[in-house]
Design a protein around this ligand. Structure first.
Ligand code: ASP
Length: 331
């Protein structure tokens, strides 16, 4: 029996295997890669995220392995980093802008293409959860600044001072020179973008950051921009980004990668093409980092970055692994 027919006729439906109804829709989507070459079982559930945020994928896996859905998994996964004051690039403890304000950007996207985002949010740790409430409880996609903060209070979020002593001290030192020079692979971790597929094969994603340290007041990066910092199409897959957001926005990077997968590229090939597009537009520039990760409907993953040093965390039923990313500029 041909594998495709075997798949169509099978009724396997446990975690890690694919179900007949979903395969039927797979089959009818001509632009998706053929399943004929795929080794079974397909990797569901699965959670991946930018950098080696092992605690975040562990939390997402806790949700997924208990039968939870991918939207809860990505939200709860990235919340771990938002709450970690030792992580100075996400949530509470994030480095401030040049005026000393910690301002957060986040977004979330579900299997139905619904999305929500907050930009320039202050005084609230869990920006991703506010973004989810925007998605689920307003007629809008994005709320910014004071409006987003007010909305969060109305939904019961608590006001908190996000500027820790450590980040404040570093900012005070930075002010002596006030030079805006993002460091490549700063501290080896950055924005967290997470993608997950649950046991039903449904894909969701989330992305959250305090943005580039010492940015202009009011600056917004790629991370809360649907299509730039994150994009999910449940028929195809998802992608998310970390690094210099201005360049990711200019290429609408995550949307580009999902569209490339729709046309038949693997997640790895799509990430490589995404980085190449950025480098083609920056012929004389090498001093910045961007990393993409992607997943397709089958649970195949990929990543690519400009400079060596980027990696992504993955959790499946085989356990957790930190996967180093290949880079455009070779080590
Ligand atoms: N992409 C984020 C931004 O531009 C920052 C980062 O990932 O380093 O705000």
């Amino acid at each position: 029996m041909k594998r495709r027919n075997f798949l169509k006729n099978s009724t396997i439906g446990t975690a890690g295997l694919i179900t007949a109804p979903i395969l039927a829709s797979f089959d009818s989507t001509e632009s998706i890669n053929s399943l004929d070459n795929v080794d079974l079982p397909i990797q569901w559930p699965i959670a991946i995220c930018t950098w080696n945020f092992a605690n975040a994928t562990a939390k997402a896996w806790e949700v997924l392995s208990a039968g939870g859905n991918s939207l809860d998994a990505v939200e709860q996964g990235v919340m771990v980093e938002e709450a970690d004051v030792n992580n100075q690039t996400v949530g509470k403890g994030g480095r401030p802008d040049r005026d000393g304000h910690v301002t957060l950007d986040a977004c979330i996207m579900d299997k139905d293409g619904n999305c929500g985002a907050v930009i320039y949010l202050q005084n609230i740790t869990h920006a991703v959860s506010v973004a989810r409430r925007v998605m689920e409880e307003t007629p809008h996609v994005m709320l910014a600044g004071k409006g987003a903060e007010q909305f969060a209070y109305e939904k019961g979020f608590k006001k908190e001072d996000l500027l820790t002593d450590k980040s404040k001290a570093e900012w005070t030192t930075w002010k002596k020179t006030s030079q805006y020079k993002p460091v490549i692979n700063i501290e080896n971790h950055d924005t967290i973008g997470m993608l997950a597929i649950d046991k039903n094969g449904e894909i969701s994603g989330a992305c959250t950051t305090s943005g580039m340290a010492y940015k202009y007041g009011g600056r917004v990066g790629d991370s809360p921009i649907i299509g730039a910092g994150l994009f999910v199409d449940n028929e195809v897959g998802g992608a998310t980004a970390t690094g210099v957001g201005e360049e990711v926005v200019r290429t609408v990077g995550s949307f580009l990668i999902v569209e490339l997968m729709r046309q038949g590229k693997t997640p790895q090939e799509a990430c490589e093409e995404g980085v190449k597009r950025i480098m083609d537009k920056n012929k004389d520039r090498r001093d910045f980092q961007i990393g993409f990760i992607a997943i397709n409907k089958k649970g195949e993953t990929g990543s690519y970055c400009i400079h060596p040093g980027f990696s992504y965390s993955m959790y499946t039923k085989a356990g957790q692994v930190n996967k180093p990313s290949e880079s455009y500029i070779k080590p």
